[in-house]
Design a protein around this ligand. Sequence first.
Ligand SMILES: *Cc1c(COP(=O)(O)O)cnc(C)c1O
Length: 452
Amino acid sequence: MVDLLDMTAQRAVHYLQGLDRRSVAPTDAAIASLARLDQPLPDQPTDAEAVLALLDGTGSPATVASAGGRYFGFVTGGALPAALAANWLAGAWDQNAFCVTSSPVAAAIEEIALRWVLDVLVLPPECAGAFVTGATMANFTALAAARHGVLERAGWDVEAQGLFGAPPITVVVGAEAHASIYKALGLLGLGRERVVTVPVDGQGRMRVEALPAVSGPTIVCVQAGNVNTGAFDPVQEICAFVHAHDAWVHVDGAFGLWAAAAPARAYLAAGVADADSWATDAHKWLNVPYDSGLAFVRDSDTLRAAMSVGAAYFPQGDKREPFQFTPEASRRMRGVEVWAALLALGRIGLADLVERCCGYAARFAEGLQAGGYHVLNHVGLNQVLLSFGDDATTHKVAAAIQADGTCWCGDTVWQGRAAMRISVSSWATTEEDVERSLGAILRIAAQQRDAV
Ligand SMILES: *Cc1c(COP(=O)(O)O)cnc(C)c1O
């Protein structure tokens, strides 16, 4: 076993050291080679070192180099070294983070990590929190608490009685709400389409003056950080408006909430702490390995009521039992990487990570504008949204950039128009990475322009 684990660590290090020299997207040949893995399940055992050699030899070249410094797709950050190493050790520990008895260390570390995240995100310290797989599940978890909260005020126990015969809940979303909000609403029986949609401005922000009159059980879903533009809904004004009518405000802040951790960007997140629940990701801007998201609910009892589960052999003490706050029972201790990342960065290191990404985004915007290309968003955070001309040209440029391999940027549609998105979200990105990537984007865009 010692040899196997040593060998695997060496393979991992070799992989990471090679990222700078390879294409960010895997080559077609590397993807085609994955067919080698597709053998009938053998009857006989395979030596573990041979299993790992096959995995590394065939799998590593077919990865997307998102752990490197020139991946700008999907608001994806690479894993910080301390977080990756903590993930390795915790893998060896193989703890079940279900409850305090099943893993005292997991319960203790996750409680500290939750407190630290609330601190750096400047959210109310009394919030209850849950470690989940990502912002989709964090939206689901927080909205389950919202569903409980607004129906409890109307005298209805939704966990016991379900939604059949319940007082109707009005759900308000912005026209640019993230797809995961609709998914969460569907899973919760609130309906993907049974929503009141508030129109947005050119950056994707909800227009406060277009908010509907609010009465009865109501959940308003706002966004801190639009996945295309990085823009924030005017949370403070929305909270002031709807809290007067007892509505619940939920914030989807998968990456945007982290603006609060950088003093120079914190103004963007002004007022988010006025909400009732929040969803965020740690695997995006905190740069921990997948899968890692967090749900927070101001009223701890509401989250517990929505997530609690009972069985005679489950612990019922007065300690914080993790399973009382999450959809899952047994799960890995994903809070350990959050803890390690925050300890390794410190407040200043985290602020610097966020600020650096925003600065690089601004540099991309400036360089591309100087090259004559159209930046579609106000670049206040880490997102740059670009058009290279008509929709077909923009698609072509994005595809050519992905195939070139110097960097990777995603294709998207912004308010009916094709766009390319540069999302700067990784600790691993350096100034040199930005200049190299900018050079490649300008070169490829010019080639496409000359070709038409
Ligand atoms: C990425 C993102 C999500 C979904 O997050 P997952 O971690 O992929 O589940 C939700 N909302 C916003 C605003 C996002 O950027």
